[in-house]
Design a protein around this ligand. Structure first.
Ligand SMILES: NC(=O)c1ccc[n+]([C@@H]2O[C@H](COP(=O)([O-])OP(=O)(O)OC[C@H]3O[C@@H](n4cnc5c(N)ncnc54)[C@H](O)[C@@H]3O)[C@@H](O)[C@H]2O)c1
Length: 362
């Protein structure tokens, strides 16, 4: 009888393709498994490379990938050498994604099978140096896609953003397919990137998957220069018992998502069977939608003395060009996406955990 060598790992997902090693006939086989809860198996040879791992998303996503695949199977990389301390649970390497040769050498030497490419210049920072933002965001993606094609990598993850939408886009319940006229270099690069992802899938069969994240809110790391950063900064002021000055007006609605939901969505998409991923540009994704006034009121329920004032800056016009809310019905239908957090449950959770990560500065 055949014996199977399969590392069991905790995996929150419900369905997926899994691989097993048949010891009597030594080769890997694949089978699609559907379960409702419990444990899934992964390919024992999966090797995951995270690029831009030290950022707001990467520092949490890398941990989740280690939980899924094991510390030996994940390599965290970033431009910043100082980030090595963030990754006591897996290997860390300094890598500039713009150095195509170094990237290729690492992928080949380590027999990487999946890349999560997270390095980018974000919306607000990009407006200060548009040429550089375009160069980094575009060239790095093309390096990764070319490598995936050349080396036959299993899967690529690359995040897009609600910044692909623009002033002509329907603002409420923005559909998956609609007019997009982004007016930031960040948004232009993300929209072009979506086109490249779809192109590499259609032309070369590269299994690249993508989500249009809304503004991401987490308490474990600081945001990296986006237009939605205020929704992270506000919690830091609340725990420090200091007043908050918001750079957006009180009634500016934007789509947002709590980090645990963003991590779950990413893993759900990446673990979905290939045939379930029907959109190869990028999926709309929604969590919640609120204004600065509403997040302030939500925090005030927990911190009654909290105060806010408004001092609008250049980021207001970026926010005004983005949707108020997103229709993510395709993600729900294709691979079962469902968010878990609303504004109040997120506020409660952040205010409870934030002080342990960032002790309040008075
Ligand atoms: N945070 C959000 O709200 C949000 C929303 C939508 C989409 N996204 C997307 O998610 C991804 C991650 O975003 P984030 O918020 O974690 O960004 P971040 O700015 O916090 O992190 C980016 C990381 O990339 C690293 N990096 C920069 N240049 C690099 C290079 N040349 N080589 C290697 N690493 C480099 C930085 O050091 C940083 O650690 C980005 O693609 C971003 O566009 C983020």
């Amino acid at each position: 009888m055949a014996k199977f060598q399969v590392p069991l790992i905790k995996n929150p997902l419900r369905t997926g393709e899994f691989y097993y090693f048949c010891a009597s006939k030594p080769k890997y086989k694949t089978k699609t498994l559907t379960v409702t809860t419990g444990f899934l198996k992964h390919h024992p040879m999966d090797k995951i490379l995270v690029i831009g791992a030290a950022g707001q998303l990467g520092s949490e996503l890398t941990r989740a990938l280690v939980d899924q695949f094991g510390g030996d199977q994940v390599i965290a990389t970033d431009l910043r050498a100082s980030a090595s301390t963030l990754f006591p649970y897996c290997r860390f390497e300094v890598l500039d994604v713009m150095d195509k040769e170094a990237l290729g050498a690492l992928v080949k030497k380590e027999r990487v099978t999946q890349i999560y490419h997270l390095a980018a210049v974000l919306s607000a920072t990009g407006e200060k140096n548009p040429q550089f933002a375009w160069q980094l965001n575009m060239e790095s993606l093309l390096h990764v896609l070319e490598l995936a094609k050349e080396c036959g990598l299993d899967k690529i993850y690359w995040p897009s953003s609600i910044a692909v939408f623009g002033p002509s886009t329907p603002k409420v319940n923005t559909p998956q397919f609609c007019e997009k006229d982004p007016n930031t270099v960040y948004g232009i690069s993300k929209l072009a990137g979506e086109g490249w992802c779809n192109y590499y899938f259609e032309k070369y069969g590269v299994d690249v998957r993508s989500l249009r994240y809304p503004g991401l809110i987490g308490y474990k790391s600081l945001p990296g220069g986006g237009t939605t950063d205020y929704a992270v900064d506000i919690y830091h002021k609340a725990i420090a018992k200091q007043p908050f000055t918001c750079f957006l007006s009180e009634d500016t609605y934007l789509p947002m998502m709590y980090m645990p939901d963003a991590i779950k969505a990413t893993l759900d998409l990446m673990n979905a069977p290939k045939e379930a991923v029907k959109i190869r540009s990028s999926y709309n994704l929604a969590g919640m939608s609120f204004s600065p006034k509403e997040i302030f009121e939500s925090i005030k329920k927990e911190v009654p003395s909290f105060e806010i004032s408004y001092q609008v800056d250049f980021r207001q016009s970026i926010a005004d060009s983005w949707p108020d809310s997103i229709d993510d019905s395709r993600a729900r239908a294709d691979w079962g996406w469902k968010p878990s957090y609303d504004l109040d449950s997120m506020s409660k959770d952040i205010l409870k955990h934030l002080p342990a990560f960032f002790p309040p500065q008075s």
